[in-house]
Design a protein around this ligand. Structure first.
Ligand SMILES: NC(=O)c1ccc[n+]([C@@H]2O[C@H](COP(=O)([O-])OP(=O)(O)OC[C@H]3O[C@@H](n4cnc5c(N)ncnc54)[C@H](O)[C@@H]3O)[C@@H](O)[C@H]2O)c1
Ligand SMILES: [Zn+2]
Ligand SMILES: [Zn+2]
Length: 361
């Protein structure tokens, strides 16, 4: 028996995200069908709609979710029916060369469901990040379900499934921010604000928020920014240097992902400092830098895929920080919307001071 449910689909590049009937198959071996509880609207969903990620239309959007396990396929031992979970896009394989080297956070062969969800006419859907959870039910690999506690607010903790985890992890994992360090974050949307919160959690004492939107900068203070820079009016590099004794920050996190913001990050860090790229560029973007500066400034240039997180290690740990009052996950939930509000939410993401619109199902 398959399930006929409502889901948010984009049929072709730039087409609106609309609610359609989708068919979710019974879970096969190693697969799970979940009832989705909440799903945050991430910039990555918008990238999918605009054709910035791949051409595999139609997409079933959505990937930042709390859910409940509804049905499990053959051989599933990781989770049981009724478990409350956050969906992740890093179900590690345990066998690829990264896993074999003890670096499962880089796993190159993460698991997704093998069966396809479809439109009513049988057209196969590509689920965003192998999840597709702007839907009443979705089909995932069992390892994509990370069990969490029952108490915490579903809308808030579900955001750890992607953008908020990516931002926090860019600071605490990839950037390896240490107590007393100086950190600058360029772009203070959901991901950047989470990087600010992560820097605070790690004990950074100077945290500089950079954005082109004053409302975002005001919000960034709530998550721990000690200084703010509006880079549409002020020079980002000079301002960051001025807040760090003229030297630049130990760690600069680019949460926009454009050549100009990357260059700002590159030049705004101290000698031997770290640059972390967590914003996702689009295919046409090119970067040009003097190679001598790459050498002469030393340090490291790292990219952060999903905040180098391990869902089994990090999700409940961060929920516990939230419950202890050390991590303001509530602050990321700007509004709660119905399933048919995703297209409008994309517009707000670009314009207003929305960190996350969260669909409640
Ligand atoms: N690496 C990962 O694993 C991962 C995971 C999730 C999202 N992302 C990516 O992170 C990026 C941010 O996502 P988000 O959901 O926070 O987006 P968002 O739209 O909520 O926020 C983007 C922010 O950047 C600001 N901005 C835009 N141009 C700027 C500029 N030139 N200088 C300074 N600030 C600028 C905007 O004002 C906004 O506040 C996206 O590219 C998204 O795809 C990456
Ligand atoms: Zn692996
Ligand atoms: Zn996302």
């Amino acid at each position: 028996m398959a399930y006929r449910v409502q889901g948010v689909v984009v049929r072709e590049e730039g087409a609106p995200a609309t609610v359609e009937t989708i068919i979710v198959p019974e879970p096969g071996p190693g697969e799970v069908v979940v009832d989705v509880i909440t799903c945050g609207v991430c910039h990555t969903d918008y990238h999918y709609q605009q054709g910035g990620i791949s051409d595999d239309f139609p997409f079933l959007l959505g990937h930042e979710s709390t859910a409940r396990v509804a049905v499990v396929g053959e051989g599933v031992t990781e989770v049981a029916v009724g478990d409350r979970v956050i969906l992740n896009w890093r179900a590690v394989c345990g066998q690829c060369r990264a896993c074999a080297k003890g670096n499962p956070q880089y796993c190159f062969a993460t698991h997704n469901a093998t069966q396809k969800m479809t439109l009513e006419d049988g057209t196969e859907l590509s689920p965003a990040l192998g999840i597709g959870s702007f839907a009443e039910k979705t089909l995932v690999a069992a390892g994509q379900c990370t069990k969490i506690d029952e108490e915490s607010d579903a809308a808030a903790v579900g955001l750890l499934g992607c953008g908020i985890m990516a931002g926090i992890g860019a600071a605490i994992n990839t950037g390896d921010v240490q107590r007393g360090e100086t950190v600058a974050v360029i772009g203070c949307g959901g991901v950047g604000s989470a990087a600010i919160a992560g820097a605070q959690l790690a004990g950074a004492t100077t945290i500089i928020a950079v954005d082109i939107d004053d409302a975002k900068l005001e919000q960034a203070k709530r998550f721990g920014a000690t200084h703010t820079v509006n880079s549409s009016r002020e020079d980002a590099v000079e301002s960051i240097q001025s807040f760090t004794n003229g030297f630049g920050a130990d760690v600069v996190i680019d949460a926009v992902g454009r050549p100009e913001t990357y260059k700002q990050a590159f030049y705004a860090r101290d000698l031997a400092g770290r640059v972390v790229l967590v914003g996702v560029p689009t295919p046409e973007m090119q970067l040009e830098l003097p190679l001598l500066d790459v050498f002469g400034r030393g340090g490291s240039l790292k990219s952060s895929w999903y905040g180098d997180c391990l869902p089994s290690r990090d999700f409940q740990m961060l929920i516990d920080q939230y419950k202890l009052g050390r991590l303001d996950l509530d602050g990321f939930v700007t509004e709660r919307i119905p399933l048919d509000g995703v297209e409008t939410a994309f517009g707000k993401m670009a314009g207003g001071n929305v960190l996350r619109s969260v669909v409640e199902l």
